[in-house]
Design a protein around this ligand. Structure first.
Ligand SMILES: C[S@@+](CC[C@H](N)C(=O)[O-])C[C@H]1O[C@@H](n2cnc3c(N)ncnc32)[C@H](O)[C@@H]1O
Ligand code: SF4
Length: 222
C-alpha cells in the first residue's frame, strides 16, 4: 500500500512529475533562420513548399514562460534564436530573475556589436555555437554560415568571460580536423563539444564520415 503524506507527493514523484519551477524548457523563440542545414526540419518544410510555422515570440509571452521554469534553452527545432528581436531583453530578464539560460546558435548574420550586447546582457548564459569543422569549412554543412565571423564571435564571448562551447558535428569533410579544432578551442578558452550525428537520410549521405567511430546508427556500440 502507498501512503501519501501530502499532495506534493501525490502529484509529484510517484507520477514521475516535478514542479515546473524545477524543470527546464527548450523553446523556439522565432521561426527564422538564414542557414539551410540539409538535415534541419526547415529543409523538409522547404521541400514541401510549406511556410515555416510560428512567429517571433513577444517579450511579454516569454516572461510568462520563463517565470515557470528553472532554466530556458533557446534552441528549438526550426529556428535560430539570434533572430528573435527581443533575445537580448530575454537574456537580461533571465539574469534578473535567476533563470538559467542556454543559447544554441549556428547562424552568423549578426554584427559584432549585437553579439557584444548579447554576451553582456547575461554573463551566466551558456552559449553553444554550431561550427562543424574548421571555421573556413563549416559552411559545407551549415549552408550560408560565415564560419570565420562566427568563430571571431565565439572568441569575443570567451574573452568577455561568457561560457562558450563549440559544438562540432562530425562529417566527412571535417573528420580529419578534429584535433586541430580541439587545440584551437583550448587556445581561446572555448569548451570543445565533439558531437556525432545519427541523421543519415538520403540527402545527408554525402556528408557521412568514413570512420564508423565518427557517426551514430552504425554497428558501433555507444
Ligand atoms: C534546429 S537546431 C536549432 C538551434 C540552432 N539553429 C543550431 O543549429 O544550433 C537544433 C539542434 O540540431 C542540431 N543539428 C543540426 N544539424 C544536425 C545534424 N545533422 N545532426 C545532429 N544534430 C544536428 C543543431 O546543432 C542544434 O543543436
Ligand atoms: S542553423 Fe539550426 S535552425 Fe538554422 S537551418 Fe541549421 S539546424 Fe536549422
Amino acid at each position: 500500500m502507498i501512503v501519501y503524506l501530502n499532495i506534493e507527493t501525490l502529484i509529484g514523484e510517484n507520477f514521475g512529475m516535478i514542479d515546473f519551477r524545477n524543470r527546464g524548457i527548450n523553446i523556439d523563440t522565432t521561426f527564422r533562420c538564414t542557414l539551410e542545414c540539409p538535415s534541419c526540419m526547415r529543409a523538409d518544410y522547404k521541400r514541401r513548399g510549406m511556410k515555416y510555422p510560428g512567429r517571433d515570440m513577444p517579450f511579454e509571452d516569454f516572461k510568462k514562460v520563463a517565470d515557470y521554469f528553472k532554466s530556458v534553452q533557446f534552441c528549438g527545432q526550426i529556428s535560430d534564436p539570434i533572430f528573435n528581436p527581443y533575445l537580448i531583453e530575454m537574456l537580461e530578464y533571465c539574469d534578473k530573475h535567476k533563470v538559467k539560460s542556454l543559447v544554441n546558435t549556428a547562424a552568423s548574420q549578426r554584427k559584432k556589436e549585437w553579439y557584444e550586447r548579447a554576451f553582456n546582457a547575461n554573463k551566466e548564459t551558456k552559449w553553444i555555437f554550431g561550427l562543424d569543422g574548421l571555421p573556413k569549412d563549416s559552411h559545407k554543412y551549415r549552408i550560408h554560415q560565415d564560419g570565420e565571423h562566427l568563430f571571431e564571435m565565439m572568441k569575443l564571448g570567451a574573452s568577455l568571460g561568457n561560457e562558450v562551447a563549440w559544438q562540432y558535428l562530425v562529417f566527412n569533410y571535417n573528420e580529419n580536423d578534429i584535433e586541430t579544432a580541439r587545440k584551437l578551442a583550448k587556445a581561446h578558452n572555448i569548451y570543445f563539444k565533439l558531437t556525432y550525428s545519427g541523421r543519415w537520410t538520403d540527402t545527408m549521405m554525402k556528408y557521412k564520415p568514413t570512420n564508423p567511430k565518427h557517426y551514430l546508427n552504425s554497428l558501433r556500440k555507444i
